[in-house]
Design a protein around this ligand. Sequence first.
Ligand code: C2O
Ligand code: CU
Ligand code: CU
Length: 475
Amino acid sequence: MLKLGAVASVAMAMPFRGGLRADARPLPSLPLPPLPLPIVPFQVPLTVPPVAQPVRATRGGDIYQTTMRQADVEIIPGTRTRIWGYDGIFPGPTIKARTGKPVVVVQRNELDVNTSVHLHGGIQSHPNDGYPTDVIKPGGSKRYYYPNVVPAASLWYHDHAHGNEARSVYMGLAGLYLVSDELEDSLRLPSGHYDVPLVITDRLFAPNGQLIFIENDHGLGLRKTILVNGRAQPYFRVAARKYRFRLVNASNDRAYGLRLSNGGEMVQIASDCGLLPSSAAVSSFELWPGERVEVVIDFSAYQLGTRLILRNVAGEDPLTQTVMRFDVVGSAPDDSHIPHTLRPMPPAEKPVAERDFILSKDPRTGEFTINGEMFDPNRIDVRPRLDSTEIWRIHNASLDAGHDFHTHLARFRVLDRNGKPPAPGESGFKDTVAVRPGETVRILPSFADFTGRYVYHCHMLAHAHSMMGNMEVVA
Ligand code: C2O
Ligand code: CU
Ligand code: CU
């Protein structure tokens, strides 16, 4: 293991300028939480969320049934933690979908709070998008219809009930929704057991194992326990071959800078909305709340017995700098590929409008806002035309807080960041983009498939109740 000093200097040498944390200000009067449990890293094996089984397969698509409920689960070895989970597990069951083949999920709410289920990265009609005020009341249920018009991508579903999304996601309402298609199949990327999701979250545990939720930890970094697929800093025994990892940042407010402890190569193949135009070797990458990055790691480059730690170079201390460990323990045949060309980008559409979104904080209320306004479900902020493309210029005017901007319905390409072209890892289609303090990011969202009301918002969930706007896509 690297010593802290080495990690710190590695961190400083990395291109992560401030703003990875949600809000760097100290918070004056926080009720002091109990000390976090002392957690010894690498005590538990990584587990992978189970794949959901349809209750019925019809010609119109597969039908799933999920119940949101409380459950007591083992996250920290030897203790039980009360969670809110889809089917009582965290992360929830993984839904595997296919482009062009619809899926129906009937969601039943057995919690005592309102819920709304949003499929992040999906393109679905307004009534099926999990609009913040379109809630499922306790005891109620709702049928969500997903047409799966999107190409292969790692999507995720999570709670979106207005004002309660931060708590509900924190308590465990998040799961994976993986879409595959023919082009992806033809690439022969690592698959089956060698295609592994890594859902990363940070949590604060009381000594009795219960989760402590403080809506905005204001960058104090109280959530010091890093979980991968709902297990604290696990180890994962791998064969000396290629693996595909789908990383999802399902943390409320923490952004990560991820890197192998030896600086070893990872090949990025996908971002939020699926395959990049071409694969890109990286030694580190950032992952902001809501974002997805997929990498292939070839462990055949390492001797048996090698232990590689997945580090978070953006972490503020040794606890939060440690995500998980890969233990190279055996060998396995490998006929997978990492092609250079993945999914070529179509030519960019011509934008018909240009809009500005200023992310800042209202000095009077302390609430985060977009263009000076807090979210109001009854106020339409922008009206893009169906089948059009626009330029959205997003500027983060809060110098002490990073934000990341997520659009429902519309996927976008990143045009530029502070005037410079996007890095290879940001050159595919995305739905969530980091906007660090002082930065200006221009994106090119396209509004296709559905008219109606959708939200865009900061995916730092402590900000989302206010830092959210409404768009109405009009024909
Ligand atoms: Cu991942 Cu509006 O959310
Ligand atoms: Cu979304
Ligand atoms: Cu924000």
